[in-house]
Design a protein around this ligand. Structure first.
Ligand code: BTN
Length: 328
């Protein structure tokens, strides 16, 4: 007798069969998975309700995904990444939170957790990071820092460089870095970074580097309150998130090694070459306090240099936000 219900894993198997965006008959899908057509239909309804996916159903042709997907493939990521173990989870509150939980329960760095969907993706300054199923890259890397973390700014700026380089290698032109760690393309945000620390930053500690990249998210996505773009919008095609995750890993390994051995100052010029807002008039805010000035760049530890009323001032700190001024 044929199984009527599909388990959690089979739900992903069903999605793998449908990710090409082509029509597949309920009968063929059922045969492939060893379940009834009714079980396939039920699972498609769950995928719509729980994962926010949309299917077209056409009598005589079957089902197809409204928008094709490239699902993450843990086996090929594990084979392709030599730097650290990488785990793909289907749905999680936040990949950063998941890494922090794993560290707390005794798993050791380095490790990467990446997910198809985040239900409570975290952005900087307590904001939400929009994280729909199967469309973007949600990637959290834990690394161990033994000698104490001298300057968090420097670390997150270096991560921005690695991310920009990975995007360039995927073919995205004109990436630029906004202090402290957004990646922009022609002024629109394509990726963000959230660094969190477990342990004592003055001693041995684990650092969780959370990276979110807009990859295949359609333009009508809701909940983003700033100008944004995606890798697919830049390249005009569906993008392989596995390829991006591997390039990101290679660049993170390379840049973090240089940063840990030689410090941020060894990467300062390269960061400056990629700086989005050099010379621009900006407003720097911390809560309801703000400073207006002109961007001079960053210093050797990654702090922002601003000319304020003709005098240079330097700023650092994770809760700061930077905006272009209208007269910029
Ligand atoms: C920002 O620009 O505000 C930072 C966004 C960081 C989002 C990533 S997605 C993967 C990781 N997990 C999270 O919950 N946040 C980071």
């Amino acid at each position: 007798m044929r199984t009527l219900l599909l388990g959690e894993n089979s739900m992903l198997q069903l999605l793998r069969l449908l990710q090409d965006g082509q029509f597949h008959s309920g009968e063929a899908l059922g045969a492939e998975l060893g379940v009834s057509r009714a079980a396939v239909w039920k699972q498609l309804q769950s995928l719509e309700a729980e994962r926010g996916l949309r299917f077209h159903k056409v009598r005589g042709r079957g089902y197809r995904l409204e928008m094709p997907l490239v699902l993450l493939d843990e086996a090929s990521l594990a084979t392709g990444c030599q730097h650290w173990p990488i785990t793909v989870v289907e749905v999680v509150d936040s990949t950063n939170a998941e890494v922090l939980r794993r560290l707390q329960s005794g798993q050791s760095a380095p490790m990467v957790i990446t997910a198809e969907q985040q239900t409570a993706g975290r952005g900087r300054r307590g904001r939400q990071w929009v994280s729909p199923f199967g469309q973007n890259l949600y990637y959290s890397l834990a690394i161990r820092i033994e000698g104490g973390l001298r300057q968090l700014e420097g670390l997150s700026l270096v991560v921005g460089l690695a991310l920009a380089k990975a995007l360039q290698q995927m073919g995205v032109q004109q990436t630029a870095l906004k202090w402290p760690n957004d990646v922009l393309v022609e002024g629109a945000k394509i990726a963000g970074i959230l660094v969190e620390i477990a342990g004592d930053p003055a001693d041995a500690c684990d650092v969780v580097i959370g990276i979110g990249v807009n990859v295949n998210m359609p333009a009508e996505a809701v909940g983003i309150d700033q100008a944004w773009t995606s890798v697919s919008a830049q390249l005009g095609c569906l993008v392989d998130r596995n390829a991006l995750a591997l390039k990101l890993g290679d660049n993170l390994a390379h840049y973090l090694e240089q940063y840990l051995q030689q410090g941020f100052s060894s990467l300062l010029d390269e960061w400056q070459d990629n700086h989005a807002w050099q010379g621009r008039s900006v407003r720097l805010s911390a809560g309801d306090r703000h400073v207006d000035g002109r961007v001079l760049g960053v210093n050797a530890s990654g702090a922002l240099r601003l000319e304020v009323d003709g005098v240079e001032q330097q700023f650092s700190g994770g809760e700061l936000s930077l905006r272009l001024r209208d007269d910029s």
